[in-house]
Ligand binder design. Structure first.
Ligand code: PEP
Length: 253
C-alpha cells in the first residue's frame, strides 16, 4: 500500500514572515493527517528552510529543498550540499524540477548526479520528469520521460530506490492552469511504473510513489488522486495558500 504524498513547492515566493505563517497554518490544519495518513512536505526557498523546519517541528509535516549540488563541499560558489540540507532538518529535495531543466538549463546527467548525491547524504529525492507541449504533440511523451528516468536514476541500485519519489510533471501543465486530465496523468504513471519494472524490478515498481504535478488545486485534487497510479501531488501555486493546500492534503488522505 503506497501512502499518499503531497508536497508544496513554493518556488521563489514568500518572505521571512509569510513563510513561517504559511508553514504554521498548514501544520495546524493538517495535524492529525500529516505523517499518519499522508506524507506532507513543504518546499520553501533555501533561505527560509531553517525557520520553516522550526515552524513545523513535531507536527508530522516535513520540509524539503528545491535543489542541491552533488558535491560534498568546496569551491562551488552559490551551491548547497546534501549534508547542509540534512544538517538543518531537511528531509526531501526536488531534483530536476522542470524550471531547473528548462529555465536554468540542467541536463539529465546533472539531475542524475543530484539524485545520487541526495541519497548519499541521507535525503529523500523527488525526481521530476515530464515533457514539453511540443514533445507531447509530437508523440514523444514516453520517450522523454524514459530518457529522464534512465539518466536521473542511473547511479542507483534497486536497494537505494526506496528513498526516491517520482513526480510526473508535464511542463505544459505547470503554472499554466491547464491541468493534465486524470486519464492523461494515469497513462503516464502506468508507463513510469512499467519502465521502472524493467530498469529495476516489479516489486520496486509496485512500491514506488509517483506524484502528479501541474496546476493541481483544491478543485481537481480528488479526481487526480482517484487514479490508481497517482500516489500524491506536487503542488506549486496552490501550495501558497494554506486553505487550498490543506484541502489538497485532505483530498489525498
Ligand atoms: C510545480 O512547481 O511543481 C508545479 C506543479 O506548479 P503548479 O502547481 O503551479 O503548476
Amino acid at each position: 500500500m503506497r501512502k499518499p504524498f503531497v508536497a508544496g513547492n513554493w518556488k521563489m515566493n514568500t518572505d521571512s514572515h509569510s513563510s513561517v505563517e504559511l508553514a504554521q497554518a498548514v501544520a495546524n490544519s493538517a495535524s492529525g493527517l500529516a505523517g499518519d495518513k499522508v506524507n506532507v512536505a513543504l518546499i520553501p526557498p533555501f533561505v527560509y528552510l531553517q525557520s520553516v523546519v522550526k515552524a513545523v517541528k513535531s507536527t508530522g509535516v516535513s520540509v524539503g529543498a528545491q535543489d542541491l549540488y552533488f558535491e560534498a563541499k568546496g569551491a562551488f560558489t552559490g551551491e548547497i550540499s546534501p549534508a547542509m540540507l540534512k544538517d538543518i532538518g531537511c528531509n526531501y529535495v526536488l531534483c530536476g524540477h522542470s524550471e531547473r531543466r528548462h529555465v536554468i538549463g540542467e541536463s539529465d546527467e546533472l539531475v542524475g548526479k543530484k539524485v545520487t548525491a541526495a541519497i548519499g547524504g541521507g535525503l529523500l529525492p523527488i525526481l521530476c520528469v515530464g515533457e514539453l507541449l511540443a514533445e507531447r504533440d509530437g508523440g514523444q511523451t514516453e520517450a522523454v520521460v524514459a530518457r529522464q528516468l534512465k539518466a536521473g536514476l542511473a547511479g542507483l541500485s534497486a536497494d537505494k530506490m526506496s528513498a526516491v519519489t517520482i513526480a510526473y510533471e508535464p511542463v505544459w501543465a505547470i503554472g499554466t492552469g491547464r491541468t493534465a486530465t486524470p486519464q492523461q496523468a494515469q497513462e503516464v504513471h502506468v508507463f513510469i511504473r512499467r519502465f521502472l519494472a524493467g530498469m529495476f524490478n516489479e516489486k520496486l515498481a509496485a512500491e514506488i510513489r509517483i506524484q502528479y504535478g501541474g496546476s493541481a488545486n483544491a478543485g481537481n485534487a480528488k479526481d487526480l488522486m482517484a487514479q490508481a497510479d497517482v500516489d500524491g501531488l506536487l503542488v506549486g501555486g496552490a501550495s501558497l495558500k494554506a486553505e487550498d493546500f490543506v484541502k489538497i492534503i485532505q483530498a489525498a488522505a
